[in-house]
Design a protein around this ligand. Structure first.
Ligand code: LMR
Length: 328
């Protein structure tokens, strides 16, 4: 794996040692749910931890808890408001209880690729979304990339009708639920940490996720194959409690914000390559990857278009138009 990463020029963070904070240092707990290594979010969190602990040593210290070891995504946001964790990076599909506008990112076939996602996130409308949950006590600090979503199931998925009657694990998103219903399936929301077992036991038939999530959780090993549908995205909002952030000593807050900005630039550049690398690893495990020709892709787009109509008022037509304008 390391050799493959090296071949693609992926500079992964060298030292993953869990940071033990010293007495007197302010502790910043960062909880997330994915793998620590070989994954865009895991690697970005490690780099953030390394830089905070090198550059703010003596004043602040970061402890990263990967793989749902502190909280899963259902628990982490309420826990943040209770002061039990300072930072997290849930996928944009997990904020539905707090804002409808982030549901934008779940609309199927909205973005052509991750570059278009990035262009939109950097626009005025995209940046404003980071402040869409201030009333709820949350401040978004940065968008982190993962990649485009692919479908998988325990039988071949080529045309949308192949999904008829299947149960798909979904993230807790009304838009994604509607997406599964639009192709005749049922969405079953469950935490990321439960997905492998649910696929393996047959509790659900399929799922949708990125190459990096599929490979690092071994979802492909308990599925018939993966359909390279690129029908949506998984991206993250690095989020904190607005109260906690406002309470930081201003110089420290500025330095932390600068480190986060630099880590975001550096790691986001590699998310796509890491996804491609994880796709190669899935293929190397002998798993069938099915691609869609243009005609078949058009069938998926048509089948999922009613989801847009269903949610455009809640999300906002102007916001959707701004996202559509991003070409990458
Ligand atoms: C999922 O639940 O499938 C993803 O949001 C996990 C993640 O953080 O990428």
């Amino acid at each position: 794996a390391t050799a493959l990463g090296g071949a693609l020029g992926l500079a992964l963070t060298a030292n993953a040692a869990f940071a033990q904070c010293d007495a007197g240092e302010m502790t910043i707990r960062f909880a997330h749910v994915t793998a620590e290594r070989g994954h865009p979010k895991g690697e970005a969190a490690l780099l953030l931890q390394q830089r905070v602990n090198d550059e703010l040593d003596g004043r602040a210290c970061m402890e990263v808890y990967p793989s749902s070891s502190l909280f899963n995504d259902d628990d982490v946001l309420p826990a943040m408001l209770r002061g039990e964790v300072e930072m997290a990076a849930p996928s944009l599909s997990k904020f539905g209880a707090y804002t409808e506008s982030l549901q934008l990112f779940d609309l199927p076939f909205l973005f052509e690729d991750i570059l278009a996602v990035e262009e939109f996130q950097n626009s005025e409308a995209g940046q404003a979304l980071k402040e869409s949950m201030l009333d709820e006590g949350f401040l978004g600090l940065a968008f982190w990339h993962n990649g485009m979503k692919q479908f998988s199931a325990n039988r071949p998925l080529i045309e949308p009708t192949d999904a008829n009657g299947l149960r798909f694990r979904i993230q807790p998103s009304a838009v994604i639920n509607a997406q599964m219903e639009a192709i005749g399936g049922t969405g079953i929301a469950m935490p990321f940490s439960a997905v492998y077992d649910a696929l393996n036991s047959g509790e659900v038939d399929g799922q949708e996720n990125t190459w990096s999530n599929i490979y690092t959780q071994s979802f492909h090993t308990v599925q018939d194959g993966v359909t390279e549908s690129n029908h949506g995205i998984i991206d993250y909002l690095v989020v904190t409690s607005e109260d906690w952030w406002a309470g930081l000593e201003p110089d420290l807050r500025d330095e932390l914000a600068q480190i986060l900005l630099e880590v975001t630039h550096e790691r986001n550049r590699f998310a796509f390559e890491l996804g491609e690398l994880n796709k190669i690893r899935v293929r190397q495990d002998g798993v069938r990857i099915r691609t869609l020709d243009e005609e078949t892709r058009a069938l998926w787009i048509a089948a999922l278009s009613p989801v847009w109509t269903q949610f455009e008022d809640a999300i906002g037509r102007d916001l959707i138009a701004a996202a559509e304008a991003a070409e990458g």
